[in-house]
Design a protein around this ligand. Structure first.
Ligand SMILES: Cc1cc2nc3c(=O)[nH]c(=O)nc-3n(C[C@H](O)[C@H](O)[C@H](O)COP(=O)(O)O)c2cc1C
Ligand SMILES: O=C(O)C(=O)c1ccccc1
Length: 354
């Protein structure tokens, strides 16, 4: 692991140790994977224009998101099935996150129960920040029960994934015949209903009315994950949603969606500073994070890099991935002439192919 000097190195290390079927599950996207590739390519088309001779102290990386203090504007996006990457699964990732002061969004489809994740996080940090990702289920009784579990475990926000009225068509998964978890691994947040991922319903009938219902049963802030259209961002704002994650689900849902980072500015222009805007998809470098900040993001989230770190080295691997990104972000902000994540100016980023 010593030889891993950037996030990409962890991807290679993960590939070397993982069952190819599981590596494919993590790496893959929908259909032609156009959007998977586009997410990363978008950052290559954005250029940074640094300012000089600013005479600043080293930049401060801390940021408050929805009232929670984070050590840096990098969060952990919800990803399912961490125990496919490492036997410790989400226990390892949540410990690394808590230790680093990073906000982690626990997936509803985690292979460690939310209560156990919260306990694990509190072993290493006094006030770890855990949010809970939810697929709204047509069975509202089931949905309410899982919301109550997340609340009782101490989660401080609900992240409702809204880009999944159906599951994307994953052809690598089909070729590998990967449709279920191996024996001994199950979705621990679904254990009341058997723990099988097959019990999860992704329904096109989920609508704003379900969000209104959710708003009525919980006081937790509600974050919508998977917004790409500014009109939806505006609707979310009017419905009292507390934050938005601009995301195309890492290219795993509708193939052919634009890179999430390319939607930031149009969405920032309609919700204009009033709602925290988060973004994920293709973030692999500290400079990528700086680009999202300049385009209006409050913070950026990483999905696959966490799984790579986890596969390569368990808790230490995730910790190292977070540390590398922190070092890169600090370096990038310094080189840009910024003294904090709050003071990244819009004109730091321009379109410019590289
Ligand atoms: C293996 C894997 C599983 C995922 N599972 C979920 C999930 O259960 N719920 C969800 O909202 N998003 C899920 N996502 C999407 C991530 O939250 C995030 O949007 C995406 O991974 C960001 O892109 P990146 O992997 O390029 O960083 C998953 C992504 C991957 C790669
Ligand atoms: O793999 C995913 O991205 C994901 O979100 C998901 C959704 C339903 C079942 C399994 C995984």
């Amino acid at each position: 692991m010593e030889a891993n000097v950037n996030v990409r190195d962890f991807e290679a290390a993960a590939k070397a140790v993982l069952d190819p079927v599981h590596f494919d599950y993590f790496a893959s996207g929908a259909q032609d994977e156009l959007t998977v590739r586009a997410n990363e390519a978008a950052f290559r088309r954005l250029a940074l224009v640094p300012r000089i001779l600013r005479g600043h102290k080293p930049p401060r990386l801390g940021r408050t998101v929805l009232g929670s203090q984070a050590s840096m504007p990098i969060m952990i996006a919800p990803t399912a099935f961490h125990r496919l990457a490492h036997p410790d699964g989400e226990r390892a990732s949540v410990r690394a996150a808590a230790e680093a002061g990073v906000i982690m969004i626990a997936a509803m489809l985690a292979t460690v129960a939310i209560e156990d994740m919260a306990d694990e996080a509190r072993k290493v940090a006094e006030e770890p920040v855990l949010w809970f990702q939810l697929y709204l289920q047509p069975d509202l009784g089931f949905t309410e029960a899982i919301v109550r579990r997340a609340e009782a475990a101490g989660c401080t926000a609900l992240v409702v994934t809204v880009d999944s009225p159906a599951l994307g068509r994953n052809e690598r998964g089909d070729r590998n015949d990967f449709h279920d978890l191996p024996p001994g691994i199950r979705c621990e947040n679904l254990r009341e209903s058997g723990g099988s991922v097959r019990g999860v319903v992704l329904s096109p009938e989920i609508s704003w009315r379900h969000l209104d219902w959710l708003r009525g049963i919980t006081r937790l802030p509600i974050v919508l994950k998977g917004v790409l259209h500014p009109a939806d961002a505006e609707l979310a704002q009017r419905r009292g949603i507390d934050a938005i994650i601009v995301s195309n689900h890492g290219g795993r849902q509708l193939d052919g969606t634009p890179p999430a980072v390319d939607r930031l500015r149009v969405i920032a222009d309609v919700v204009g500073g009033e709602l925290p805007l988060l973004v994920d998809g293709g973030i692999r470098r500290g400079t990528d994070v700086v680009k999202t900040l300049a385009l209006g993001a409050t913070a950026a989230a990483i999905g696959r890099p966490v799984l790579w770190g986890l596969a390569a080295g368990g808790e230490d691997g995730v910790a190292r991935v977070l540390d590398l990104l922190r070092i890169e972000l600090l370096n990038a902000l310094t080189l840009c002439g910024c003294d904090s994540v709050e003071s990244v100016p819009r004109d730091l980023v321009i379109q410019g192919a590289m």
